[in-house]
Structure formats: C-alpha cells, structure tokens
Design a protein around this ligand. Structure first.
Ligand code: KIV
Length: 307
C-alpha cells in the first residue's frame, strides 16, 4: 500500500536532526531513479540524496554545473514515486539559489512538489539569507561544506579543502553558522578528518561525511561508485562493494554472443502456435490463415512483456 508523506514509518528531517551523536550513524546514499531508490531503501538507508552528481554518474557531464532545476525535479520525482521509507533530499543545482531569494524559494518548492522532504545546498555563511528564506517557507535544509563541487572553478579543481588552519577555521565557522540558522544536517565533503572531527564537535546537528573520515555522525556515498557501476577513476574515499559494471558488461556480451550464435531465443522463450495452426501456417503462409494463437501462448504474460 502506498504511504503518504506524513506516514509515521517515513523518516523525516527532524528525525535525522535528532540522530546527532547517536551510536547508530546516519546512512545516506544517492539515487536518481526508481530502481536505484528501491534498492537504497530496501538496504535500509536513512536518507536518499537525489544529488546533482546525477550530472556525472547518469547524464554524462564532467561536472555538476550542467544540471538544471528541471533535471533535478525530474529525478526527485522518479525517486519519490517509489514511496521510500528514507528521507528524500533533493539537491539544489548551481544557479537555482544564487540569483534571488524568490527564485531560491520557488526552486526549493519545485523539489518539494516533486516529492523531496528536504533540500540540500552548497556553501557557508554567504548562503545564510537563502537558507533562512527556504526555512521560512517550511522546507528543511541540509548544508554542504568542504569540497563543494559547484565551486569547482572557484576552487581551481576538485581539491581537498580545509588543509591549513585558516581554511579549517573557516569551515568550522561556516558549519556553526549553518547549524545556528537551522540546517538539520551538514554534509562535509573532502576535508581532513581532524577538521571533520572539530566540526562534528562544534555543531549540534549531525554531520554526514564523504571523504571526511570517521568522525562524522553519518556517511554518504554515490550509488554508482559504491556498486562499481562505472570504470571511471574514483577518489580514494570510495569503497566499492561490488563490481556491477563488470558483471553488466559480461551479461550484455553473453547476450550479444547468444544472439549471434543463434542460441537466443530458445524454444522456452518463444510463443508457439497450436500444432494444427502451425501446420496450416507452414502449408499456406500467414496470409491464408484464419486460426488463432493458443490462449496459453498469448503475449503479455512474461515479466518484461508489454504486448
Ligand atoms: O551530489 C551529490 O551526490 C552530493 C554528495 C556527494 C554529497 O552532493
């Protein structure tokens, strides 16, 4: 039975906020479509992040700056329609919260109307006005500090952040400001573990790390990275729990070989006419035949059939 957004089974942003310092770390995994969302939810994740990493891992771009609010609403909708128990967080893409406050609130609402229970945005103190306006519209906000990929050009590349004292202090001050403004959780991406520990100890909302070491209240990885769906070079913080890309290529190659060798389809994978009809077809050809296909042989009963 479908669950409503207010179902008590569903994990909410306030419930995630309450996990600060919990013995059970928060598990967040990205997903971008219905099958990945079902898999992540079935695995018991607390949060499904519909990340703008969809740009890299699904849409073939080399950075996240190419995705729009329309793209994000499309993917949030696909995830949310699976009615997961996990909290669905929709990532606000580049320029969706940089232009004006009304724009920011409308764009956040787009993701909520698509099914998100919260939005995430990148940046520290300079984003406080945007964060306050979104919160004022009753939409929970997740912060994101450290290596914020939408700042790739400003940073001069994808580099670990907070390596020197001044930069580390700035991240801590940003985190305190985001928490005080009302963010319910903060993602820390690619910072030294000592910095992540200091941030985690300095704020009263959960930190969720990616490439930030173990001193966080939770961890997040990208679906395609942790399943080994792609051969692309991944950063050292990615642990691949499977090699599904290799498995997929082997399966697809086996299919191609079977087709070329005449091994697919087999008799069991084929609809057969009743013997008498088959005889008539063989004798007279299709145009002369009025007989019908046996009922048990009719299409539309196979798992993948749309006939
Ligand atoms: O877009 C994304 O997947 C993210 C995670 C890396 C935190 O922002």
């Amino acid at each position: 039975m479908a669950e409503s957004a207010s179902s008590p089974r569903r994990i909410t942003a306030p419930a995630i906020a309450q996990r600060k310092g919990s013995a059970s770390p928060i598990v967040m995994i990205t997903a971008y479509d219905a099958p990945s969302a079902r898999a992540v939810d079935d695995a018991g994740a607390d949060v499904i992040l519909v990340g703008d990493s969809v740009a890299n891992v699904v849409l073939g771009y080399t950075d996240t700056l190419q995705v729009t609010i329309d793209d994000m609403a499309h993917h949030v909708g696909a995830v949310a329609r699976t009615q997961p128990r996990a909290l669905v967080v929709g990532d606000l893409p580049w320029l969706s919260y940089h232009v004006s406050i009304p724009d920011t609130v409308q764009n956040s609402a787009r993701l909520v109307r698509a099914g998100a229970g919260a939005v995430k945005l990148e940046g520290g103190r300079k984003r406080l006005d945007s964060i306050r306006a979104i919160l004022d519209a009753e939409i929970p906000v997740m912060g994101h500090l450290g290596l914020t990929p939408q700042s790739v050009h400003a940073f001069g590349g994808f580099k670990v952040q907070g390596r020197d004292l001044e930069a580390a202090r700035a991240i801590v001050d940003d985190a305190v400001a985001l928490a005080e403004a009302g963010c319910f959780a903060i993602v820390l991406e690619c910072v030294p573990d000592a910095v992540a520990r200091l941030v985690t100890d300095s704020v009263d909302v959960p930190t969720i790390g990616i490439g930030a070491g173990r001193h966080c209240d939770g961890q997040v990885l990208v679906f395609h990275d942790l399943l080994g769906l792609e051969e692309r070079i991944t950063p050292k913080f990615v642990r691949r729990y499977a090699e599904l890309g290799t498995d997929a290529r082997a399966a697809l190659t086996a299919f191609a070989e079977d087709v070329r060798a005449g091994r697919f389809p087999s008799s069991d994978e084929t609809y057969h006419a009743a013997d008498t009809v088959a005889d008539e077809i063989a004798l007279y050809g299709r145009t002369g035949v009025t007989g019908s296909i046996a009922p048990e042989e009719q299409p539309g009963v196979g798992a993948g059939s749309q006939a």
